[in-house]
Design a protein around this ligand. Structure first.
Ligand code: F6R
Length: 258
């Protein structure tokens, strides 16, 4: 895993943006995996800036989101459909038909999940998957104990995740308890990962995921098994990493990200 320690959230987001820009320059029809939540908002702002100020185009880009709450309609302010529209899609030139987000209102969820996986394959697989991490070490909604070879499916949210995500809802009871999520097996098939981690409250999960043993109890730790993961952390999230100096030294040797 390549570990980059950025000064702060802003630098983390800008460095992530320059990686997406680079991959898009190499492949304009990039298949981009997207995450929601607080973490990638800065990256999405940067992508919008790159689009508006530098002409970065998403017209041939295809996207697949990691997850969606069950039971929320597309126009529910806390649905990930709404989040993606408001935080990215409405401000770039992506074609709505090229964007894919799990359907939280699906009547036949199993069939939906099977088709979602099929669609990813039909597009040639995900080239670059953006990931955040939960306080319990989850990626997407693969909570502790998830099978490390799981596929897209319905998953029950952990109590800690419900509490964490309550900040977006009026009341904790309003947080949906189940969600459709890409599985760890699905995520591991992406050709490259961009894992973003910021804030003190993520420091423990970050240290376990990056330097701890690979375990289904910290599902992000499975990324250690992937040949191409770039993790970008701000100083606070990196504060419990034991090998921070080495990561910084490595970056000094390799110069700019490619
Ligand atoms: C969201 C997702 C989740 C979040 C994680 C961190 O699509 O996949 O795994 O990345 O829960 O959320 P924030 O960024 O809000 O701390």
């Amino acid at each position: 895993m390549r570990v980059i320690v950025a000064k702060d959230y802003d630098e983390m987001s800008k460095r992530a943006g320059s990686i997406v820009k680079d991959r898009l320059a190499k492949k304009p029809n990039l298949v981009l995996g997207l995450a929601t939540g607080s973490t990638p908002v800065g990256l999405y702002k940067e992508l919008i800036r790159l689009h508006k100020e530098e002409g970065l185009s998403f017209k041939d880009v295809v996207t697949f989101n990691l997850d969606e709450y069950c039971g929320l309609s597309h126009d529910h302010p806390q649905s990930y459909h709404y989040f993606m529209k408001e935080n990215l899609f409405k401000d770039i030139d992506i074609k709505p038909e090229n964007t894919h987000i799990p359907e939280g209102l699906s009547k036949n969820v199993e069939e939906f999940c099977r088709k979602y996986e099929e669609e990813i394959k039909k597009c040639g697989g995900i080239d670059l998957q953006v990931l955040g991490i939960g306080g319990d070490g989850h990626i997407a909604f693969n909570e502790p104990g998830s099978s490390l070879s799981s596929r897209t499916r319905v998953k029950t949210l952990d109590e800690g995740t419900i509490k964490d995500n309550a900040r977006f809802f009026e009341r904790e009871e309003d947080v949906p308890k189940i969600a459709i999520t890409m599985g760890i097996g699905t995520i591991m098939e992406a050709k490259e990962h961009l894992l973003l981690i910021n804030g003190k409250n993520k420091a423990e999960a970050a240290a376990k995921a990056i330097e701890g043993p690979i375990t289904s109890q910290i599902t992000a730790s499975v990324l250690q098994n992937h040949p191409k993961t770039i993790a970008i952390l701000d100083e606070e999230a990196a504060s419990l990493l034991e090998r921070s100096d080495y990561y910084k030294f490595t970056e000094e040797q390799s110069g700019e990200i490619s």
